[in-house]
Ligand binder design. Structure first.
Ligand code: GUN
Ligand code: ZN
Length: 435
């Protein structure tokens, strides 16, 4: 089954921060995206490509939108949806006061399904089509999430949290049960349809060395699964890790000693990293999820994107709901820009849109599968609307270049500017659905 979508169209082929900016993306003011059986067949100028299609192929035209690949959220907690925007604390107190009590409810499969359904609707409305997602310690939370994601035919990665120390009894597993539950979930869900599993130690403070070692063992047994955790987010957290793991060279080394680094390992935050840690992340092809909304909300600090780039670390963007305060990747990019301004650094609009699409795909080792319109990629894409709000519409009238348009989208844009979301070439959300 062939479908075609016409409109202004942008996607990335490479990181604009490396090499030539012009060669890092393809942009068509009047483009055509051709999809066959849910996969990208071709992309190009509408005027030339349309002539190659059979006359019966229907072309859906978006005359005032920008067609781009779906956003990729490389770090988010679905069980924290209902406690987003909880007041007044930094990381460790915030976890104790708000997060852990909310996660307790996810021992119940039906509760998990209800929240997962709402969470996925929020993602799709915000134009996010793939995410790397934390569950809770309960295996039911992952069953609930995957069952809903599967119904929506989404490419999603999720895992059961491992935490066997320094946490409330009601959220504690053991090295043994965490290993067994994770293994059972991998066997049940990993590579089923578009779903993939991530081994998910919460963070070093809540994991014993034995538990981290077992996580490493599991990763060695299943090399195609992911490793997803937090790293160097908050100064008190880092001091605590130093105290808990005196025989290591620092926070990253706690994970490194258990063989948790690699191409499918994603570390959220990395706000306070030493050069030696960046070096190690780069050489092991590990990734960082840059979560600016969360880092500002919890007062964690300002991520050093320049340092990550210097050490060739793959970076994606994460909303980190519920420490982040928005599902929208556009709003998250807005916060990202401001974090770099406060550092005296620049986040260019091209770099922003790259990070939220192809950068995310690379961080998840899914380049070629999602993140751009390369032939054979899964056709998850969105249409952004320059005219969804009067302010953006008016501002766009005074803008001439693509650079300006992208910058305005990332400064003034949010869920309201997502006109439609497509999964494998099927429309799953459009603004008419909104009441
Ligand atoms: N570190 C350990 N757990 C969490 C969490 O749930 N959210 C954030 N932002 N950081 C964490
Ligand atoms: Zn997080």
């Amino acid at each position: 089954m062939i479908k075609a979508f016409r409109g202004e169209l942008l996607h990335f082929l490479a990181d604009p921060a490396k090499g030539s900016l012009e060669q890092s993306y393809q942009y068509f003011t009047d483009g055509l995206l051709v999809i066959k059986d849910g996969l990208v067949a071709s992309v190009g100028e509408a005027s030339t490509l349309a002539a190659t299609l059979e006359p019966d192929v229907e072309i859906k035209h978006y005359p005032q939108g920008l067609i781009i690949p779906g956003f990729i959220d490389t770090h988010v907690h679905y069980p924290q949806t209902e406690m987003i925007a909880s007041y007044g604390e930094q990381l460790l107190e915030w976890l104790d006061n708000y997060t852990f009590p909310a996660e307790r409810e996810f021992c119940n499969f039906e509760h998990g399904q209800r929240v997962a359904q709402f969470f996925i609707e929020q993602l799709l409305e915000a134009g996010t089509t793939t995410a790397l997602v934390f569950g809770t310690v309960h295996k039911e939370s992952v069953d609930a999430f995957f069952s809903v994601a599967q119904q929506h035919k989404l490419r999603m990665i999720c895992g059961k949290v491992l935490m066997d120390q320094n946490c409330p009894d009601y959220l504690q597993d053991s090295a043994e049960s965490g290993y067994n539950d994770s293994k059972a979930l991998i066997e049940k869900w990993h590579q089923v349809d578009r779903l993939q599993y991530a081994i998910t130690p919460r963070f070093a403070p809540t994991c014993s060395t034995e538990q981290l070692q077992k996580a490493g063992q599991l990763l060695a047994e299943y090399p195609s699964v992911y490793l997803h955790t937090h790293l160097s987010e908050n100064k008190d957290e880092i001091a605590w890790v130093k105290q808990l793991f005196p025989n290591t060279d620092g926070y990253l080394d706690v994970y490194d000693q258990s063989q948790l680094l690699g191409k499918r390992s994603v570390f959220a935050h990395g706000v306070h990293l030493h050069d030696s840690e960046c070096q190690r992340l780069g050489e092991t092809h590990s990734s960082i999820a840059f979560c600016p909304s969360s880092n500002l909300f919890l007062g964690s600090g300002l991520f050093n994107l320049k340092q990550a780039q210097q050490f060739d670390i793959t970076v994606g963007v994460g909303s980190d709901i519920g420490a982040g305060t928005t599902f929208s990747m556009l709003s998250t990019l807005n916060e990202g820009y401001k974090t770099q301004q406060l550092r005296g650094d620049k986040l260019s609009p091209f770099q922003s849109f790259y990070l939220a699409t192809l950068g995310g795909a690379k961080a998840l080792d899914l380049e070629g599968t999602i993140g751009n319109f390369t032939t054979g990629a899964e056709a998850d894409f969105i249409v952004l609307d320059y005219h969804a709000t009067p302010l953006m519409s008016r501002r766009m009238e005074h803008c001439k270049t693509l650079t300006e348009k992208l910058f305005i989208l990332s400064m003034l844009g949010d869920e309201r500017h997502v006109l439609a979301t497509y999964i494998m070439g099927e429309c799953v959300f459009n603004t008419q659905d909104k009441t």
